[in-house]
Structure formats: C-alpha cells, structure tokens
Design a protein around this ligand. Structure first.
Ligand SMILES: Nc1ncnc2c1ncn2[C@@H]1O[C@H](COP(=O)(O)OP(=O)(O)O)[C@@H](O)[C@H]1O
Ligand SMILES: [Mg+2]
Length: 278
C-alpha cells in the first residue's frame, strides 16, 4: 500500500492575519512496506504532513493518493481503516473505564461481532507487548509507558496497512522507549506494515528506519538512506538538527585511527568497527 503526495500545500487560518504556511508544495511517494522516518525541527510541518495521510487535514492545494485512489470526502472512512495514526501523547484520549473497552472503542463502530472483537483485542494487546490481565484494569492505573502502548493498541486493533506514529516515545524514559520501538520493529518485520515514524531521536531513526525524510520550513529538505542523510552533519546542524551522537565520536576517532570507517551511525555498528582496532 503506497501513499503519493502531489504538490501538497497546507495553510492554517488562510485569509486571516494569522495565516501560516505549514506545508509548501510537497511531493512525496512512500511505497509498500517501507519504514520511513520523518525528522525536522519543531514547527517544520511534520505533524501537519502526516495528518494528511488519512484525511484528518484537507490540503489547501494538491492531492493525496493512497493505494492508487485519490483521497476525497467520500472515501475517508475506508482510508481511515487503512491508515492508522498514533498522535503525540495518544494516552490523553483514553477515557473508558477499562483498557478492554478503550481498545474496543473503534471496533464497535465497524459492526464486528463480540467474539471477533474479543479475539482481535487479545491478539493486539500481545502485539504491543502487554499481558492480557491488563485488559480489565482502568487505563488510569497504568504506568506512562503502558498507557502509551494501550493507546497504540487502539489504533492497531483496526488492522491498518499503514501505521503512522507521531513522536510515539515523547516523554517516556529509556525503558519505555525501548519497549515501544521493539514492538514497532516487530510489526514491521512480521506484519509487513508500512511504518511512518515521526521522531526527534536521531539514534532511534538511524537504528530503525530504512529511509529518512527531513522537513524544514514546510518543505522536504533531504530524503535518503539514513547513511546518506546523516553523513551530511553540517547541513543538518544548519537546520537545528544533528547526526546521531555516535557519528561525531567516529569522526574524532578517525583522527587517531585513519583507517577506521567513520561513516557509522549506530552504536552496534560502531562497536563492531572499533573492535577491529582493539
Ligand atoms: N492548528 C494550527 N493552527 C495554526 N497553526 C498551526 C496549527 N498547527 C500547526 N500550526 C503551525 O504550522 C507549522 C507546522 O506545525 P507542525 O506541523 O505541528 O510542525 P511539527 O510537527 O514539525 O512541529 C508551525 O508553524 C505551527 O505553529
Ligand atoms: Mg509535531
């Protein structure tokens, strides 16, 4: 399942004194089973862009084509089933008295029978790495990381083909972050979903994504393999971003060990490379 964006612009409060061009003539194609990361400084348009992927925002100009079908007002329902979006701080939308009911919320509207709903919920809670006994708890008894995973389960239970995650680990501790990324990676590998991850963490992006899109002032500034994008550290810095920290260390090591490969962006690759010289 692919997403094609043609000449997309989005202007908030158009025609008012507060008018803000958030996206400026974006062209983009995301193919089937890609794992794409979108990075960019705050306000660069990342959230605005991804909210067009399932029709939550309407383009001021341009077109969105999902699976060869142009998104219009009349096919939004189908589109939302295919493209699941996990917003920033999704746990703020938990409101039912049990985890079970929260995850079931969207399913009831699809007219599935209770047995099918139950099966899907139990499968999904395991997919996000939680135990079934959490289903009868109140979402408010859970830890921050657990709440986040329950909220993501509410999107996953709809069986989307494309999963968009907008800063899914914001505000979590390293353990909570790792738990989320480990099941995201599993979903990508086992369920063959297309994953679009908006993230602040260059370390996580370098480790997980196969393609990195850099947004800057409403435009796509860079688009390539993680190695290509992160090798342009100066350009990233000029946008207020950076390459993964480990790549700066590798550059310093290069001054001491000229033969070392400095084009390394993850800790595990760095470890392998450094070991050769110890
Ligand atoms: N609902 C809104 N109304 C007006 N301006 C908005 C709204 N949402 C975002 N913006 C503005 O649009 C620009 C892009 O925002 P956003 O897509 O949230 O960026 P990012 O997710 O990269 O931080 C910013 O300048 C932001 O202030
Ligand atoms: Mg955002």
């Amino acid at each position: 399942m692919s997403i094609v964006i043609e000449n997309l612009s989005h202007i908030y409060m158009k025609g008012s004194p507060f008018e803000k061009v958030a996206l400026n003539d974006i062209n983009l194609r995301i193919g089937e089973e890609e794992f794409v990361a979108i990075i960019g400084p705050t306000g660069s348009g990342k959230s605005t862009l991804v909210q067009h992927f399932n029709g939550l925002l309407k383009p001021t100009q341009g077109r969105i084509i999902v699976n060869d079908i142009e998104v219009t007002g009349s096919n939004l329902k189908e589109l939302r089933r295919q493209v699941g979006i996990v917003f920033q701080y999704p746990e703020h939308q938990l409101f039912e008295e049990t985890v079970y009911k929260d995850i079931a919320f969207g399913l009831h509207k699809q007219g599935l029978d209770t047995k099918e709903i139950d099966k899907r919920i139990r499968k999904t809670i395991k997919m996000v790495g939680l135990n079934e006994d959490i289903l009868e708890k109140s979402p408010f008894e859970l830890s921050g990381g657990q709440k986040r995973r329950v909220a993501i389960a509410g999107v996953l239970v709809m069986n989307p083909k494309i999963l968009v995650l907008d800063e899914p680990t914001a505000g979590l501790d390293p353990k909570g972050r790792d738990e989320i990324f480990s099941f995201i990676l599993q979903l990508y590998k086992e369920m063959h979903m297309t994953i679009i991850l908006v993230s602040h963490s260059m370390e996580d992006v370098a480790r997980l994504a196969k393609r990195v899109i850099v947004m800057y002032k409403g435009k796509i500034a860079m688009d390539g393999y993680p190695g290509e994008v992160f090798s342009k550290a100066e350009q990233l810095e000029s946008m207020g971003l950076s390459a993964p920290q480990i790549s700066y260390l590798m550059r310093k090591l290069k001054k001491i060990i000229p033969e070392i490969n400095e084009n390394i962006f993850t800790i595990s690759e760095a470890k392998k490379e450094i070991m050769k010289y110890l």
